[in-house]
Design a protein around this ligand. Sequence first.
Ligand code: ADP
Ligand code: MG
Length: 252
Amino acid sequence: NVNSDIVLHIDHVHKTFAGLHALADVHLDIREGETHAIIGPNGAGKSTLLNVCVGVLPPTQGKVMFHGTELTGLKPYEINQLGVARVFQTPEIFGDLTVLENVMMAMLSHQDGAFRLKLVSRFDEQGEIGQRAVQALRERGLGEHLYHLAGALSRGDKRRLELVMGLVQKPKLLLLDEPTAGMARADTNVTIDILRQIKQSGMTIVIIEHDMHVVFSLADRITVLAGGRVIAQGVPDEIKGNPKVIEAYLGE
Ligand code: ADP
Ligand code: MG
């Protein structure tokens, strides 16, 4: 099968919001093991594309296939069960739970919400789930915050927590929406290091990113969106200095 190395196949996807073409005929393949960056100016449709991929938004037209399974019409948790994890642009953490509880919740992401909360309250850090959560947090530099309320973390630590929450789901495909947004340079560099380790583990990663330093540090291939359309695609050297890409960013 010539398509066996294609993890995610975005097949002529359109998304319209009340007449506004947020996505127009986006056609894109994500290959096994690659880190694929999606870049483009504000309002280009990047977050919308990710939301269509994870089932948060239905496409107006077109479809998305994951390892040959059509995702269109599936609910977000069903897509998650197939091995797709996502980290949103706005951290989706439970501010009133501890950092450790948040990670345990993520480990139980295949269960529905109320049931997860009940499970987490039964597991203390001595249980298997708790131990794995503690380990994951320590490895990513959050060991000192285990029992702090997630809502009280700094912005950088919240984003890092979200990344850990994505990772513990052991996804086949990790989708990240601006994982360094709002971070200071030092935190951004820590995040780049974490993402490099994840990349080296062989995971397939799609990263939406505004910060070109992050993009060029991590991406194997880059797709450029502008006005809901793919305007360029290639390896970093093909995108750097591409006149169409420079033009798309000029209005920023
Ligand atoms: P990006 O992530 O590239 O900045 P978005 O995908 O968030 O862009 O948005 C693309 C376009 O779609 C923008 O014009 C935005 O205002 C519009 N849009 C996004 N989400 C919605 C929504 N839920 N309802 C209406 N318009 C939306
Ligand atoms: Mg966005």
